[in-house]
Design a protein around this ligand. Structure first.
Ligand SMILES: [Zn+2]
Ligand SMILES: [Zn+2]
Ligand SMILES: [Zn+2]
Length: 562
């Protein structure tokens, strides 16, 4: 079978097939099969991610109360955008936009007409305090530019996290405090420039370490103290070495990072990162059972091709983000908290049930097809029009049949329906395209430029002081121009205090650029068949076959490391 989008050959596994059978929908007396996908795993994921703008925030007006708000929709978009207060109020009604289904047309153009006019929520934020500039977050206090997470205090520039305090520049952190530039770390304290660590503290530049403290530049260590590039030192020797490294200097860090990188990459790598998994494949997976091809996931059962599902879920295929008592979900994004039986939908959560091809339908809504913005137990609706249960069932059966003929049933919304330019969307982070490529593939592009602050003094990042000790408070009144993206960014007061306290030089790159650099530290979300370099056992690994690292199976890795 060849993918309809990239033309590459792809296979569906027996586990995929039996999942598709499970996702057949019984309507009245009839059973409607979920047709096998016509797009490969990557193209399905790319299409879903192109629907999602997570990190690009803009100022604009609420279309209802006209207050100035922060939003994921730039001011040039014609969309009706409501601030959370207006969106969750009784001052608008999703049924006002209801449409009849037209059997002379395919489904998606009809959905697009509805999707474009129903008011959109400016930002997805819940229960936050002093944290306006964040998105896809809940329970934040004093946070700035954090995305996809919750339960954090005094954190800046992070993505995918929970239970954090005083962390800056991070990716996939849980239960951490005072961490800087860390990726995929859990239960860590005062950890800097580190990757894939657990229970580590007061350390710098660690990779794949567990239970270490006072270590520097180490890899694959367990329960160690006072190690320098994996060499055991005495406390006095370690302290002397640490004192001789000028931690506050940008130049000293640049040189150290290069040395560390070479040391890390020469060390053996485990085929797949994670613990407590059974009959499962993927990377950075934890407590997964009979689940394959998942990335950054936790507590999955009988699931596949998911990413960032970190709360319990079972029987979910092709789901990006969330989970939590979530089951029977296919080809959807942003589904969680008790959601069940969801096909090809976007943001359907909080006990949503039996939702097909819909967006932003939550809080107990059920039995919806092609709906937008439904909540509070709305049910039996098609294209935002209310039906009785019998009418709904009769029409649902006919529409599924129609969509099976048009090849739309089970497909995620095509690129032209996305509210965002491809370059604003998460898809650009994982599947980068030029403007020409994106447009040729049917995606949109945004040429919106955020107006530059006029009164601010601008300093080029190359002109910043090398050492944090020589930085004055004057930096708080200036905007820094990123060397790479040329975008302007500022240093906040809390941030400057953190850098001074922990001897960290000022960053040279814009937060979005730094986020991209942290993402590049991870393996791609793809698996390759290889053989363990030690015992030759077949392994599925996110290290591609042309990578030079020594990749070991779980057994050989454990023996080599402990
Ligand atoms: Zn493809
Ligand atoms: Zn408003
Ligand atoms: Zn082996």
């Amino acid at each position: 079978m060849h993918c309809n989008h990239c033309q590459q050959p792809f296979e569906t596994s027996p586990a995929d097939q039996s999942f598709y059978t499970k996702m057949s929908q019984t309507v009245g007396e009839k059973e409607f099969a979920l047709t096998a996908p016509t797009l490969c795993v990557d193209c399905r994921r790319q299409r879903r991610l192109a629907f999602r703008n997570e990190r690009n925030l803009y100022n604009r007006e609420c279309s209802l109360c006209h207050k100035n708000i922060v939003s994921i929709y730039s001011a040039d978009k014609t969309k009706t955008v409501y601030c959370p207060d207006c969106y969750w109020s009784d001052n608008w009604n999703p049924f006002d936009y209801g449409q009849d289904f037209d059997f002379s047309q395919p489904f998606f153009p009809q959905f697009q007409k509805l999707f474009e006019v129903v008011p959109a929520l400016s930002l997805i934020l819940d229960k936050n305090e002093n944290s306006a500039y964040n998105n896809s977050c809940a329970e934040l206090k004093n946070c700035y530019l954090c995305f996809d997470g919750g339960f954090a205090q005094d954190c800046l520039y992070g993505e995918t996290f929970d239970y954090l305090k005083d962390c800056i520049d991070f990716l996939f952190l849980q239960h951490c405090e005072l961490c800087y530039q860390c990726v995929n770390c859990f239960h860590c304290y005062e950890l800097f420039y580190s990757r894939f660590c657990e229970n580590c503290s007061n350390s710098y530049y660690l990779m794949d370490c567990t239970g270490c403290k006072n270590c520097f530049g180490c890899v694959n260590l367990v329960q160690k103290e006072y190690c320098w590039f994996n060499e055991q030192l005495t406390k006095a020797e370690y302290e002397q070495k640490l004192a001789s490294f000028n931690r506050g200097s940008f130049q000293a860090h640049a040189e150290m990072a290069e040395r560390v990188r070479a040391f890390w990459s020469a060390a053996p790598k485990r085929a797949s990162r994670g613990t407590m998994n059974e009959e499962s494949t993927g990377d950075n997976i934890f407590s997964c059972h009979r689940s394959f091809d998942n990335f950054d996931c936790k507590d999955l059962q009988d699931s596949a091709h998911c990413q960032q599902v970190i709360l319990p879920a079972h029987d979910c295929h092709d789901l990006d983000k969330w989970g939590g008592n979530t089951e029977l979900v296919y080809n959807s994004s942003g589904v969680g908290s008790g959601a069940q039986c969801i096909i090809a939908s976007y943001y359907t959560a909080f006990n949503a049930n039996a939702i097909y091809h819909s967006a932003y339908c939550w809080f107990g809504s059920s039995n919806l097809l092609g709906c937008v913005g439904m909540n509070r137990h709305k049910q039996y609706c098609i294209l935002n029009k209310q039906y009785t249960k019998d009418e709904y069932d009769a029409l649902l059966g006919k529409i599924i049949e129609h969509m099976q003929k048009t090849g739309e049933w089970g497909q995620f919304f095509p690129p032209q329906i996305s509210a965002f330019g491809y370059n604003e969307s998460v898809a650009q982070e994982y599947y980068p395209l030029t403007i020409e490529q994106a447009l040729a593939q049917g995606f949109k592009w945004s040429d919106y430029q955020t107006p530059a602050p006029t009164a601010t003094r601008i300093i080029e990042s190359k002109d910043l002081p090398d050492d944090i000790t020589t930085v004055t408070d004057d930096i708080l009144t200036q905007a820094i121009q990123c060397q790479i993206s040329k975008k302007l960014f500022v240093i906040t007061k809390t941030e400057l205090a953190f850098y001074r306290d922990h001897h960290i030089p000022l960053p040279r790159h814009h937060p979005n650029q730094r986020n991209q650099e942290l993402k590049a530290e991870k393996n791609p979300r793809k698996l390759w068949h290889r053989n363990c370099v030690q015992c030759n056992k077949e392994i599925d690994t996110a290290y591609s076959t042309d990578r030079i690292e020594k990749v070991l199976c779980e057994n050989c890795y454990t023996q080599a490391v402990i």
